[in-house]
Design a protein around this ligand. Structure first.
Ligand code: ADP
Length: 403
């Protein structure tokens, strides 16, 4: 089945056209600077890349992408009717959705209520959905929630120790994110280890610009490092991750920040970028550290330590762990980070094979633990878009059956 997967941001819209049967990406690209000056649309297919003039709003962006996909000269499909459904990344499913859902007017109303939890992402996701509904009114649309996979967390794991009445009334709790990635890796690991999903205990480290680690017990998420928002947990590209909440008060006083300025600072100016003063991109920070930049080295050390600490806490939570899995841009590519994270954990049953960790073909599944390791260590490429397409296909198949 051909599925169009959409990830809509406030001024960008990523798209991928996938064939679920072969798991192939037919075409993909990004509409950038939507509504801004000099908007563009990139388009990759069959090893070629083209750039087109972009759009003034999301609706126009979707229309233009569809025109590109069916273009007689460089398109990849003959007619729009070949696209059987659209899957939309939806950052927030709150406490309501534990699975992907068909998008209806009722669902859109409910999602709107989550705006206050993700003020930047949530309205943008909905704009993408509305735009698609308008341009492709007869094509089923599905919402895939970043939070859904973590709805299995027990109350003791998702609750914050604030006044119970307040956490209940305002839904102040841990939701967790990166759900499509953590779920994809869980399903992949069942195949790789030849086990049933329900028998799997994993620690999944999704490390990218945004990073989170999830503890998977008996195939479901029982804890994850991101919280009410994606700011909690690990140190990230530009996000601070865990800090003492009193730091907020200090920063507001010292830098004369408003609360919004302070939150923007913690989200956009901290992490690898803030500590190193070099970049939020780990490759740049590694290069700077190699040239002797001490702040860059500190940032790398802090990043690895923050990952190690959380992996350690989930070893305690799970007790028996089949595998620690590294994924995401950093997890899949940075042998340096992986080595720094899992070194000196042999007493806990975690032993890296340093050679394997350094020398393997990137983009492939690789076992990087030594034979002595009680806990296996894997690198597994994630594929959030494929997970979204598979979910969308399942819902569309059910819909067809019920008709
Ligand atoms: P996002 O969270 O935006 O999806 P990615 O998963 O693409 O991000 O990860 C981006 C991060 O991966 C960046 O910090 C980048 O520097 C890092 N990365 C990519 N390739 C390498 C590499 N070869 N070595 C170290 N870090 C890498």
């Amino acid at each position: 089945m051909k599925i169009l997967v959409i990830n809509a941001g406030s001024s960008s819209l990523k798209y991928q056209l996938l064939e679920t049967k072969t798991k192939n990406v037919i075409a993909k690209g990004v509409c950038e600077k939507i509504g801004l000056q000099n908007p563009t649309i990139s388009y990759k297919h069959n090893g070629q890349e083209q750039t087109f003039k972009g759009a003034k709003n999301h609706e126009e962006a979707i229309s233009k992408v569809l025109d590109i996909l069916v273009n007689k000269d460089y398109g990849v499909i003959k007619s729009l009717s070949e696209i059987e459904a659209v899957g939309h990344r939806q950052v927030m499913g709150g406490w309501v959705y534990s699975e992907s859902q068909l998008i209806t007017d009722e669902l859109l109303k409910q999602i709107k209520k989550f705006d206050e939890f993700a003020p930047l992402h949530n309205p943008a996701n909905v704009t993408g959905m509305l735009a698609c509904k308008k341009v492709m009114p007869n094509v089923p649309q599905v919402a895939i929630f970043d939070t859904a996979f973590h709805q299995t967390m027990p109350e003791k794991a998702y609750s914050y120790a604030i006044k119970y009445e307040d956490s209940q009334k305002f839904h102040i709790r841990k939701f967790g994110f990166h759900g499509s990635s953590h779920r994809f890796i869980t399903l992949e690991m069942a195949k790789i280890l030849g086990k049933k999903v329900k028998d799997l205990n994993l620690i999944i480290a999704h490390l990218g610009n945004g990073s989170s680690i999830t503890a998977v017990k008996n195939g479901v998420s029982v804890d994850t490092t991101m919280g009410l928002t994606p700011l909690q947990g690990l140190m990230m590209g530009t996000r601070s991750g865990d800090i003492d909440p009193a730091v907020v008060q200090f920063l507001m006083n010292k830098k004369k920040f408003s609360i919004d300025e302070c939150m923007s600072y913690l989200n956009k100016q901290c992490g690898l970028y803030g500590v190193s003063g070099v970049s939020s991109d780990q490759r740049d920070v590694i290069a700077a550290a190699k040239e002797g930049n001490k702040r860059a080295q500190l940032a790398l050390d802090m990043l690895a330590y923050s990952i190690k600490k959380h992996i350690g806490s989930y070893l305690a939570v799970l007790n028996k762990v089949d595998a620690i899995v590294f994924t995401g841009g950093i997890g899949e590519n940075s042998d340096l980070t992986r080595e720094a994270v899992v070194s000196d954990m042999d007493e806990l049953g975690v032993v890296l094979d340093k050679k394997k960790n350094k020398n393997f073909k990137r983009g492939e599944v690789e076992l990087i633990s030594s034979d002595k390791s009680k806990v296996k260590i894997y690198v597994v490429p994630t594929n959030e878009e494929l997970m979204m397409a598979i979910d969308t296909e399942e819902i569309v198949k059910k819909l067809k059956k019920s008709k």
